[in-house]
Design a protein around this ligand. Structure first.
Ligand SMILES: Cc1cc2nc3c(=O)[nH]c(=O)nc-3n(C[C@H](O)[C@H](O)[C@H](O)COP(=O)(O)O)c2cc1C
Length: 307
């Protein structure tokens, strides 16, 4: 029998729990020739700011032993251009939910972007990026400071007319504490993790490999840490969690679900295979069938404790 792959969280209903992660799937519409957008549950846009941003100078990406280091610096077209040029075309794929990743350097930037998006049709939810390690202002400043996080989430929650998903930084001592703060401030769901702050040095030139010096580490190398963080956060909150970090196989996705995630996001894997999100959705369904799991949602938080 075909397993039930639909998942529900924060008032959204997704046809598949496998979602494309922010920054690795453009504005979604660029993938329409490559991916069957109506078969993926949702995607998260590149981080959108109030004004266009040019990002950091190159080099902005380097491969690592088990993933990559990036310091893109939130290059994006800005909210007006996104609403005018990208959003209308996405209406052709109504079953693929559009989650807009929002970024700002100040609280009022986040508020302004959300207010502008409130008036635009075709958006399912907002994902607040409070965790980008590659910009010098904003980003991780909010995600690493409990009172700044609480204030930002509460302010955005007051103006947002759609569910607010808060994307937490893994660059903190206690993810459980930050998760609980975001929930208390009104978050409808959490995404975790963003990338880990990291550094790679070229031993010949003795220079950092990224022009920004540091960058964010993603890909398979971070997966066990990310799964641990999802598990810790899931015990601290009762709102749903979108888990991510190094997912490349259906089994990876299942690990995140068992740790407590309701859905998963796939980022770096899309660089090696632009169809990764769709493929993993199909493979997860196959995994459920072969393991006699009738509803994928039954996996959430179903990790068994050691005897
Ligand atoms: C090149 C690149 C750009 C990214 N840009 C964003 C972004 O704009 N906003 C955001 O919240 N996360 C961004 N991320 C983080 C990813 O969405 C994801 O949280 C992280 O990479 C971990 O998942 P992964 O190991 O599957 O890539 C970016 C990641 C990469 C690799």
């Amino acid at each position: 029998m075909k397993p039930e792959m639909t998942v529900r969280f924060a008032g959204l209903e997704l046809v598949s729990p496998v979602i494309a992660a922010s920054g690795t799937f453009g504005y979604g519409i660029e993938f329409e020739e490559i991916v069957a957008l109506d078969r993926i549950g949702a995607f998260v846009t590149k981080g959108i700011s109030r004004e266009p941003m040019a990002g950091n100078p190159a080099p902005r990406m380097v491969p690592t032993a088990a993933g990559m280091l990036n310091a893109i610096g939130l290059q994006n077209m800005g909210v007006e251009a996104f609403v005018a040029t990208k959003l209308p075309a996405l209406a052709r794929y109504p079953s693929c939910k559009v989650i807009v990743n929002v970024f700002g350097t100040q609280v009022q930037d986040y508020v302004a972007v959300v207010e502008r998006l409130n008036d635009a049709p075709g958006i399912a939810a907002y994902e607040l990026n409070v965790s980008c390690p590659n910009v010098h202002e904003g980003g991780m400043t909010f995600g690493a400071d409990p009172s700044a996080l609480e204030y930002l989430v509460a302010r955005v929650r007051t103006v947002a007319r759609r569910p607010v998903i808060v994307k937490l930084s893994p660059n903190v001592t206690s993810i459980a504490q930050m998760a609980a703060i975001a929930e208390r401030a009104g978050a409808d769901a959490l995404s975790l993790v963003n990338t880990f702050l990291a550094l790679s040095i070229d031993t010949e030139t003795r220079k950092p490999r990224l022009a920004n010096i540091t960058g964010g580490l993603s890909g398979p190398g971070i997966k066990p840490i990310a799964v641990r963080m999802v598990w810790e956060a899931a015990q601290a909150v009762s709102i749903p969690i979108l888990g991510m970090g190094g997912i490349t196989t259906a089994e990876d996705a299942v690990e995140f679900l068992l740790a407590g995630a309701t859905a998963v996001q796939v980022g770096t894997a899309s660089y090696a295979d632009p169809r990764a999100v769709e493929r993993l959705g199909t493979q997860l369904e196959r995994w459920c069938r072969s393991h006699h799991v009738a509803q994928v949602s039954s996996l959430t938080g179903a990790m068994q404790r050691p005897a």
